[in-house]
Design a protein around this ligand. Structure first.
Ligand SMILES: Cc1ncc(COP(=O)(O)O)c(C=O)c1O
Length: 425
């Protein structure tokens, strides 16, 4: 059990100052894998049907069906990653040149880059400090006659407020693409993530809970949207019953090798979700006991709390260190963590004015990042957010205990650590 309530542990020196590590053993590896993965890949190799053409192959079709069943709705179209999924959603919905798409200021760059690749304009809005997900009030304030879509991101271990987002979308006739890269298996008010909006975009990249190394899957609300998405990712080949509707497309097909891994991942996922939900609830209870640590409270409307990385906030004024200093000290304790994304308008991976892409060239007014300000996203990205690595949640509540012990030691020695790292927060 954790040293919760026991101040003795805090007299031990933190590892970064030469004390013992809070976590002696390395956390288990990620992705989780066993002989089932090896056998599934070997089976596909022996079959000779490795690629994605003709689309979908048998493994891919099976994965699509099972994935839609897991989320409880829609038609699933597997593809190469969880960025193309969002670009394809835009194209399938007829969103393109000069249309505005509202995205949160705190997310991976793909959430804004994907609509741009479809010719649309990302309109960045701030986040809710309680969840770090898109702030519905900011969404509403950003709507203009050009707005066509919203991309709420279900971030870390949270889901965006889908009740509010869908109310706004319905009132303004907007398309909603849920960026579900972090939450396969999650549900909101009993409805699967990605089935509430018009599309749900999932990433199967290797740090994600359900992974095929690289990969993605787009859940589409209607068979018609799924047909269009399938055509776009299969070089534009027609998917309508008459076989006559060609689209402009490219090759974004999932391969059979990827689908084989994804199918084994689906076998494993329900157990992982249950185990991780328990650790998450435990983390919610114990982490907040550390002075200066703020939990992002679990929203009871997230009825299946499937998650990827667990995010909490440190208040540098109370904790005595900022999030970068905390993650460095946690690393020394054997606890892998990360400060998370940069705010979108400051993102080094998202600086379109330095490129000659059509969208920023034609609409420079949407990319004057130096004039933009998103205080909540900046606070999360530059001072507060700590993302606990997915491996920690493979070690059950013991894994979380080491985090609490480490944080308590680090906080108790914050001034010395700040000095050691070269400056106070
Ligand atoms: C929130 C979010 N959206 C989209 C993506 C893109 O997924 P992929 O890496 O599969 O393209 C990621 C990937 O990490 C992500 O975290």
């Amino acid at each position: 059990m954790t040293t919760l309530g026991d101040p003795v542990g805090t007299s031990t020196l933190p590892a970064i100052l030469g004390g013992p590590r809070a976590r002696q053993d390395d956390y288990p590896v990620w992705p989780e894998h066993d002989e089932r993965d090896v056998e599934a890949v070997a089976r596909v190799v022996r079959s000779g049907r490795w690629g994605g053409f003709p689309f979908p192959g048998p493994e891919t079709a099976r994965f699509a069906e099972r994935f839609a069943a897991l989320q409880g709705g829609g038609t699933a179209v597997p593809m190469v990653n969880g960025t193309i999924t969002m670009e394809v959603a835009m194209r399938a919905a007829g969103i393109g040149w000069g249309d505005e798409v509202i995205v949160p200021a705190y997310t991976f760059q793909a959430t804004a880059a994907a609509p741009m690749a479809a010719g649309a304009l990302p309109v960045i809005v701030d986040i809710d400090p309680e969840t770090y997900c898109i702030d519905p009030a900011a969404v509403e304030a950003a709507i203009t006659p050009r707005t066509r879509a919203i991309i709420p991101v279900h971030l870390g271990a949270q889901m965006a407020d889908m009740d509010a987002i869908m109310r706004i979308a319905e009132a303004h006739d907007l398309i909603v693409v849920e960026d579900c890269a972090h939450v396969p298996g999650a549900a909101w008010q009993g409805r699967g993530a990605g089935t509430i909006g018009h599309f749900g975009s999932f990433s199967l990249q290797s740090s994600k809970t359900l992974t095929s190394g690289e990969g993605g899957v787009l859940l589409c609300r209607t068979p018609e949207l799924a047909r269009r998405a399938s055509s776009i990712i299969d070089c534009g080949r027609p998917k309508d019953p008459a076989g006559i509707e060609y689209t402009q497309g490219s090759n974004y097909r999932m391969t059979e090798l990827q689908a084989a891994l994804a199918n084994v991942g689906l076998d494993r996922l329900p157990g992982q979700i249950a185990e991780r939900a328990e650790s998450r609830a435990y983390a919610d209870r114990v982490l907040g006991s550390v002075p200066g640590v703020r939990i992002l409270p679990a929203d009871p409307r997230m009825t299946i709390p499937a998650f990827y990385r667990y995010v909490f906030a440190v208040d540098p004024d109370r904790f005595g260190l900022d999030h970068l200093q905390v993650t460095r000290a946690l690393a020394a304790e054997g606890v892998p963590s990360w400060i998370g994304y940069e705010a979108m308008h400051r993102y080094t991976l998202f600086q379109p004015q330095t490129t000659r892409l059509p969208v920023p060239t034609a609409f420079p007014e949407y990319f004057r990042f130096e004039t933009m300000s998103f205080p909540e996203a900046e606070r999360a990205a530059e001072r507060e957010a700590v993302w606990l690595d997915e491996r920690i949640f493979r070690a059950g509540t013991d894994g979380v205990d080491a985090v609490v012990d480490a944080l308590r030691k680090i906080q108790a020695h914050a001034p010395a650590i700040a000095g050691h790292l070269g400056g106070a927060a």
